[in-house]
Ligand binder design. Structure first.
Ligand code: SF4
Ligand code: SF4
Length: 448
């Protein structure tokens, strides 16, 4: 079969016993599903985060193991002639939020988030079209500026009798879900200088993702201030003049639109290449965007230039922790004695072990007591929490640990959440505003 993603990494993932019940077709895709050897650790509810859909339903049919089994069945021809278009596989994948909990906690590293992307792409191919809602969510970075004008009319319409459920039926977007309200000006507006910090300082390039650019530009502002205060000269990554904003491709990939994700990834690499060739670190703020470079880009067939770019890609907290610990940068950080912060990690931060870096950076803030919330996926997971049929389960995932922990905090505590989805879920579910680590650190900057 022709796969949409490049699964060649699984050719050498393991030999012989590393795979269980290799399916008859699917090549590397089948091997990736066969990484699941069936010890069913994902069906044991313990302290781990894997797998939120199993943890809230308690139903083995919503576990990583079952999804892997269904994928193998599809590739073995056991689910009919058009398995990817069928209801059985769709039902198995329905509640997978792509959190990568399995990639991190499964003893064999089953990567169901990536397998789900391929399954979705195959589903659209079999159907001959991508549904409107998936296209809308995928193209969010292009129409996000219009959200500024959509929120008001949506609220007005929804206030009319019967309109709320009609709107939900027509759009497929949960009426109970708030919509993002982007401010008038994006961070990367036309008149902004492309570089901050004095010449001669340590040069870095900042990848300002769609969310930190358009929804919460205060995050990008804060990150620049902190990096400059630490001793960096910050280049802002921009598209060539006259072109649309850069995008990592995450929203497209999540919806199974692989070709479009690849197009965005190529534009991203084109823009990054001059900086990467000079050896500059690439710093990102939104975990799911920056970590695309180190993770899913390898499945997009982007060629040899991806290697150096992926190696250069670091989350804001990873860069700071590494450079501060090595003494190559310095930051003087303090908050009033007795200040408290509660930190919720984004699933992808956890999957890549980045929470250690958050801990190391926060330990440098004098006067701050940092408490890490023992939470799994927030349940929002990009578009999942917006989807009408998934709203309730999304909130149940959040109620497993995150929302009760946030509600238990006193008013003065700062909630730190680096993921845009996580902050949205916290706002909707606990009526608290989460902040990105960069925003907290800027508050803690002491004048040199
Ligand atoms: S997904 Fe991982 S934990 Fe679950 S059954 Fe397969 S190998 Fe075991
Ligand atoms: S990606 Fe998350 S929701 Fe999906 S199977 Fe893995 S742990 Fe479960």
């Amino acid at each position: 079969m022709q796969t949409e993603l490049d699964w060649s990494a699984y050719d050498s993932y393991g030999a012989g016993d590393a795979y269980a019940q290799l399916p008859a077709r699917g090549g590397g895709f089948g091997k990736a599903a066969s990484v699941c050897i069936g010890n069913r650790q994902c069906q044991r509810d313990g302290n781990g985060v894997m797998c939120p859909s199993f943890r809230v339903t308690g139903d083995p049919a919503h576990s990583t193991f079952h999804r892997a089994q269904m994928l193998k069945a599809a590739l073995n021809g056991e689910l009919g002639a058009s398995p990817f278009a069928g209801a059985e596989l769709d039902a198995a994948m329905d509640l997978c939020v792509g959190c990568k909990g399995c990639k991190r906690e499964c003893p064999n590293g089953t990567d169901m988030a990536l397998l789900r992307t391929e399954a979705r792409a195959q589903r659209w191919r079999a159907a001959g079209r991508v549904p409107l809602r998936a296209r809308l969510f995928a193209s969010l970075p292009r129409w996000l500026p219009a959200m500024r004008w959509l929120g008001g009319p949506r609220r007005l319409l929804a206030a009319l009798p019967g309109m709320s459920s009609l709107l939900e039926r027509v759009t497929g977007i949960a009426a109970r879900r708030s919509l993002p309200a982007p401010p008038a000006r994006a961070f990367l507006h036309e008149s902004r200088a492309g570089v901050a910090g004095a010449e001669g300082l340590r040069e870095v390039v900042l990848l300002v993702d769609t969310f930190s650019d358009r929804i919460d530009p205060a995050i990008a502002e804060a990150a620049v201030d902190v990096l400059v205060a630490a001793g960096c000269r910050v280049h802002l990554l921009r598209p060539p003049a006259g072109e649309r904003a850069l995008c990592c491709g995450r929203t497209w990939l999540s919806q199974g639109m692989v070709a479009e994700a690849r197009r965005e990834a190529v534009r991203m690499l084109d823009a990054l290449s001059p900086f990467v060739e000079r050896g500059l670190p690439v710093i990102g703020l939104e975990p799911s965007c920056l970590l695309m470079l180190r993770d899913e880009y390898h499945a997009l067939g982007l060629g040899e230039r991806l290697g150096p770019a992926a190696k250069a890609a670091l989350l804001f907290e990873e860069f700071l922790a590494r450079e501060l610990d090595a003494g190559r940068l310095s930051l003087d950080l303090a908050m009033p004695a007795g200040s408290r912060a509660a930190i919720h990690g984004h699933c992808h931060q956890k999957a890549f072990g980045a929470m250690k870096a958050v801990r190391r950076v926060l330990a440098r803030v004098h006067g701050l007591e940092a408490q890490f919330i023992e939470s799994g996926c927030c349940g929002m997971a990009g578009s999942f929490g917006f989807e009408a049929e998934h709203y309730d389960i999304s909130m149940r995932m959040a109620e497993l640990a995150l929302l009760p922990a946030v509600r238990a905090l006193d008013e003065a505590a700062v909630v730190v959440a680096n993921g845009a989805s996580c902050r949205h879920q916290i706002r909707d579910g606990a009526q608290r505003e989460g902040v990105h680590l960069a925003v907290l650190l800027r508050q803690a900057l002491r004048p040199a």
